[in-house]
Design a protein around this ligand. Sequence first.
Ligand SMILES: Nc1ncnc2c1ncn2[C@@H]1O[C@H](COP(=O)(O)OP(=O)(O)OP(=O)(O)O)[C@@H](O)[C@H]1O
Length: 586
Amino acid sequence: MRAGDGGGRHRLAVRRLAVRRRLAPAPGGRRGLGGRNRVTLLSILKGRWRRVALGGVLNLGAAIAGISAVALFNHALAAPSVHLWMTAGAGLALIAALFGLGLASQSLIIGAGHDIVRDLRLNLVERLMATDVETIDRIGGPRILATLTKDVAAISQAFNSLPFVMFGGSVLVSGYGYLVWLSPVYALALALVTGLVVVVARALGGRAKRHKRLARMADDRIHEAFDALIRGRNELRLSRARRLAFLRDGLRPAAAEARKQEATADLFGVLTANLVNSAVLLTILAVLILKQGLGIGTVEQATAATTMVLFIRAPLAGLIGSLPHWIAGNIAVQTVGSLALAEAGEDIAPPRPAADWSRLELRGLSYHYPPRGEDAGFAFGPVDLTVERGEIVFIIGGNGSGKSTFARLVAGLYPPQAGAIRFADRAITADQTAWYRQHVAVILSDFHLFAEALTAEGLPPTLAVANPLLRLLALDGKVALREGAWSTTALSQGQRKRLALISAILEDKSILILDEWAADQDPEFRRIFYTEIIPLLKKQGKTIIAITHDDHYFSLADSLYKMENGGLIACENRRKAPKVESPLLS
Ligand SMILES: Nc1ncnc2c1ncn2[C@@H]1O[C@H](COP(=O)(O)OP(=O)(O)OP(=O)(O)O)[C@@H](O)[C@H]1O
């Protein structure tokens, strides 16, 4: 029965929710990304610092070999008395070192990058599986899919560009070293031009980042449209007006926005790349002015500096060309962080103890959906309910009265914002929910049918167990168990629900929650369900909480409750139970 002052407790629940929101960590705070514990591509790299550091050292070796080769050739050209064959031998050795060390370092760094992306993919999936259903529902499928595809691809691309970034950096550093040795004044000229390029590139990079972020937001809208495209395929096929509206109001504006923002961001990237090309020539011009105008340095030094700057150009362009990938990768990392998923590694199932419980109690259970615009959000509860072990409870109620919300709360899928579940004489606190869920099977209206059949132990069931269930649910001849998986899940909605019920029974949990399970069954099978299957499950000791509209069978329930505007009211079950005479029960 609904507890006393529902309005007062409800207000309390809403206040608690508001406080919880204020205290909630900023996106990415405790759970990883953004905020103070900002995770960037570089901080991810730190996790593999040994390999990356070794790659960096080899890279620097390759760069030094390259610069040394250029210096050697410069020197040989300026001093014809040098022994040609010795110079050629040393030059070949340096080229071989450039090639070998470059290859070794790049394969190390590329390997580390791919490992990171593989781990990131698995980690994301593990985190999604560890995250509350409530959070997943709030984020929504399209945003999650966008992260699993777009963000992971962006991070992957950023790490793929890492060898270019590192080689560019190494060549730049060793090039400076050579120029400082050759002529500190020329090195200063290069440093000034590089400094200018860095300042301008940073400013352009900041602008590019802003536009990349806006483009990423448009990507979420595009994925929402993709989701509607697949889910609404029937409606779209049947209505030209809907197709036109879908393109006009949904996909086209989002695609146009993404195109605009991406193009602007890329423009800044191209600007930066061109700036580098011009800066290289600018440095050579500076060397020319220093030599011819101010008489600083010799012709050999000026020529060597020019050759060096030209040698640096290509790796530097590679480095600058990687900047857009690096920016997009960092935005992707931050987007993943903003989802505030739970940390992975908490999915260690506590062993399911012997099911020695006698009572399931709900005490003041309350939940409030977040307000959206004008809608204050639906308030469920506070609800009190006691269910004895083996009891059959029917819940009735109008559309939108809160029945499915009730099912999600009792199943432990949504955390109550006030009140608690008591089960097996203990209050189910947040850290006990995983244990509690091991006792509950639920079939909701948006259930998913996995092809793999699993028993309570997580093993494939034997045919001796599966076949009688297929017969009981009248699926024999339609579905078979083959190598631990159902031969097909391409079934009618009613048949899919029957197979989902078999899967739930195989899990052998003591509480079974069914959300309008019988609604898709034909009248004959509905009769079988209420008069044979439910009594059979009760005989096996299952507790059944069924949401139903089948008033013809209400009398089969041990207790009947009505959900009304988020509250639960006990109903008198006056009807005489139809006699159950099932051969299954004998
Ligand atoms: N994901 C959600 N976000 C916000 N509000 C929601 C969400 N799901 C349901 N609601 C709100 O909660 C109310 C109760 O929904 P619920 O699905 O529990 O009703 P129900 O009794 O199962 O309805 P039906 O018989 O139509 O399935 C609805 O009126 C709806 O406004």
